[in-house]
Design a protein around this ligand. Structure first.
Ligand SMILES: N[C@@H](CCC[C@H](N)C(=O)O)C(=O)O
Length: 264
């Protein structure tokens, strides 16, 4: 079976996109594992299945697990929909497992996404008691649901090697459904640096929902401004926290390739 695909990235977080109509009958989770493989597949952090009616982003991590949302992914999904003529307006709604998100395609080619408000219910976070300024493995953790499960830790150097501590926190038994882990460095009151260890994928170059969670905690707990410029290893996002806690993310999306994947 030949599957038409496109590849996009947002700040280095890369995705394979396929239309749902082209993968009918396929096991999407197994397809994610195969297509995202960096050696034997196309190679990506995640697979996005594009449903067109209604417009929905169906997201799978590299390991085949389903995730409710992806911040960089939704900008790539949006550019794909514009490129392929699926949407013709500059404002549209995208259904995700974490709610319907409103996207604006900006004149400068960037996308603004209403990421809605962070949530703190322990059931959503997959934890038994709130984790907010709680010490685990020598670090102080802040856990919240920012369209998916996120934990924020403040460190001196966000771009350090986070592989082993990231995995240890992600897979810590405190988190029943694991957690994405964001290592955050405060540069000044308007700028932070973030590197993320993602569940289902490991260390990535960027994580949009993680950046939103990090900006929120940096603002609420560390006195950073409500508008933050967030630096990652290969790009930057702009985050605004509105008075009612609604979080607005703005950033780029880029098309990398289009092709056919040969599925055995
Ligand atoms: N890279 C994403 C988040 C993808 C999902 C995450 N790994 C999870 O399992 O929750 C982003 O840009 O937000």
């Amino acid at each position: 079976m030949k599957i038409p695909f496109s590849k996009y990235h947002g700040c280095g977080n890369d995705f394979v996109l396929v239309r749902e109509a082209d993968v009918i009958g396929a096991d999407a989770s197994a397809l994610a594992v195969a297509m995202c493989d960096r050696h034997c597949g196309v190679g990506a952090d995640g697979l996005i299945v594009v449903r067109t009616d209604p417009l929905e982003m169906i997201y799978y991590n590299q390991d085949g697990s389903r995730a409710p949302m992806c911040g960089n992914g939704i900008r790539c999904f949006s550019l794909f929909c514009k490129d392929d003529g699926i949407v013709e307006t500059d404002r549209f709604d995208v259904v995700t497992l974490a709610g319907t998100k409103t996207v604006d395609a900006l004149p400068n080619g960037r996308f603004r996404v209403d990421m809605q408000k962070p949530q703190f219910e322990i059931a959503l976070c997959g934890i038994e008691a709130p984790i907010w300024d709680v010490e685990v493995l020598g670090l102080r953790l802040y856990t919240l649901f920012m369209s998916t499960i996120h934990t924020v830790v403040f460190v001196e150097d966000a771009f350090m090697d986070i592989e082993s501590i990231g995995r240890a926190l992600c897979e810590h038994p405190l988190f029943h459904a694991q957690t994405n882990v964001n290592f955050v460095q405060i540069v000044d009151d308007k700028t932070i640096k973030v590197q993320t260890y993602e569940r289902g994928c490991g260390v990535t170059l960027a994580c949009g929902t993680g950046v939103c969670a990090s900006a929120y905690v940096a603002h609420r707990e560390k006195g950073c401004a409500p508008s933050l410029h967030v630096l990652m290893k290969k790009g930057a996002l702009d985050i605004q926290i509105l008075a009612d806690d609604t979080i607005v993310m703005q950033g780029p999306a880029k098309k990398i390739a289009k092709g056919e994947y040969y599925d055995d």
